[in-house]
Design a binder for this molecule. Structure first.
Ligand code: ADP
Ligand code: ZN
Length: 432
């Protein structure tokens, strides 16, 4: 039985991979130098000519690209091909102002489909699966990216899109969906709704979840696996590099990156110097094979680390640790750096707490302060106000102990926290 979708590249020895990456980097730099004035100017300023790129190590000579470069060149200023050669344009939400565009040539789309197919195959999806695609369908890369992968594997695709949760559950039952694609927070919303209307998802044929597009903890994965009766796998990606398909978890739940397509680096976000393997920093990607809008050393703002591991799945592709969060989402509370995912880990330790939470950030004098809001399991409310307060106190103490910050915890009435249908909004910012 075929173990890998693309055995050659998924198991390529490091030396060979680096050789391949070097060659693709050289081609990409030449491609951009000849076609994109923005990059030509940047390379000229650094005194780097495409011919100077002889191996992947030479990547350190190249300039970085930041989110603002994309905004300044909105919508197609960084495009290396003519509009007539584009076959698709996606865009990321862009929290403020103009979105960030992701244009594709036909070949870029084929690569995307291939990367997605590697992922689905690794996660156990096969052509006889009925896959329910509950990622948002539209400009967001999640929906149509997963669609491409399912198409490549010739699965039976059910493109529900996100939302209308009761209908999702009905279709899961009626169609016998075996795979669910969604964000992890939406998977949780589905499971919660199913439990509420008396449907036991564990008894349905659904067996695999391919969840991504937002940070989630290992504890959250286990919670979803248990309540849905599935293996919950992970997808990582970003519009600027292709969308989902950049990284995927294998049978050992390690997140491998398709490093023959996207070359990853981890840098110190202040000095921009590379950090050693295993150390945390900002994730930076260079597109190695794309044509429409390949980016050089794109600073993702995602904080994580990389490892070279002999993974039991047999893949040699580099392993990425879980994303701690985006640097933009990092809070500084009493001088301590805090990511929402750290708070999530702690909340998930408490059986009596629902895995639903939000962090309310506000000003206290000159400093930022934070309140953790969450919900308790029904039985806790049943035990009265003191039990509820006791749970809040214990979680607050644990946060103090583990993260080292003093953050009051408030247990809200059941159902008050908005349930996610896409990317969950964890931080409510009241500082402005
Ligand atoms: P937007 O910036 O509008 O959210 P994207 O959909 O392109 O646009 O989001 C990409 C970002 O989503 C990544 O840079 C990362 O912050 C987050 N993300 C995607 N997948 C994961 C994942 N598996 N774990 C953590 N964060 C993720
Ligand atoms: Zn693996």
């Amino acid at each position: 039985m075929k173990k890998f979708w693309n055995e050659e590249f998924e198991t390529l020895p490091l030396e060979k991979m680096r050789e391949f990456q070097g060659q693709k980097l050289r081609e990409t730099v030449q491609w951009l130098y000849d076609r994109v004035p923005f990059y030509r100017k940047k390379l000229d300023e650094k005194g780097v000519a495409p011919g100077d790129i002889r191996s992947i190590d030479d990547i350190s000579k190249l300039p970085f690209t930041v989110k603002n470069d994309l905004r300044d060149n909105y919508p197609f200023g960084l495009c290396a091909v003519e509009m007539k050669d584009l076959v698709r344009v996606h865009a990321s939400s862009g929290t403020t102002g103009k979105p960030i565009t992701g244009p594709y040539t036909a070949d870029d789309l084929a690569q995307w489909a291939h990367c997605m197919a590697r992922e689905l195959w690794a996660q156990g999806v096969r052509s006889d699966d009925i896959v329910q695609n509950a990622y948002g369908m539209g400009l967001f890369t999640g929906g149509l990216g997963f669609y491409l992968g399912a198409q490549e594997l010739q699965c039976c695709l059910v493109p529900t899109g996100s939302g209308m949760t009761e209908r999702q559950i009905m279709l899961m039952q009626d169609f016998g969906s075996t795979v669910l694609f969604s964000t992890p927070s939406y998977a949780l919303t589905i499971v919660e709704k199913a439990e509420k209307i008396g449907v036991d998802l564990r008894k349905l044929p659904v067996r695999i979840g391919c969840f991504g597009a937002e940070p989630w903890t290992v504890e959250m994965r286990k919670e979803i696996e248990e309540r849905m009766g599935i293996a919950a796998h992970e997808a990582y990606g970003l519009t600027e590099m292709m969308g989902p398909g950049v990284g995927f978890s294998c049978e050992a739940y390690r997140l491998h990156l398709n490093e023959d397509h996207v070359y990853p680096e981890i840098v110190d976000p202040t000095t921009l110097e590379p950090v050693p393997l295993g150390e945390k920093g900002e994730l930076v990607f260079t597109a190695l094979q794309r044509r429409a809008m390949p980016l050089l050393r794109y600073r993702t703002r995602d904080i994580t680390s990389l490892r070279r591991v002999a993974c039991e799945c047999g893949r040699s592709l580099v392993v990425m640790d879980k994303i701690l969060g985006r640097s933009d989402d990092m809070l500084i509370i009493s001088g301590v750096n805090v990511f929402p995912s750290q708070i999530e880990s702690i909340i998930m330790e408490f059986e009596e707490a629902e895995p639903q939470y939000q962090l309310r950030v506000f000003k206290k004098g000159h400093l930022d302060a934070m309140r953790v809001e969450l919900e308790a399991k029904p039985e806790v409310y049943g035990r009265g106000a003191d039990a509820v307060q006791d749970l809040a106190n214990r979680i607050a103490a644990r946060i103090q102990g583990v993260v080292g910050i003093n953050a009051p915890v408030e247990v809200l009435p059941a159902g008050t926290i908005a349930r996610s249908e896409g990317k969950a909004k964890r931080v409510i910012d009241e500082r402005k």
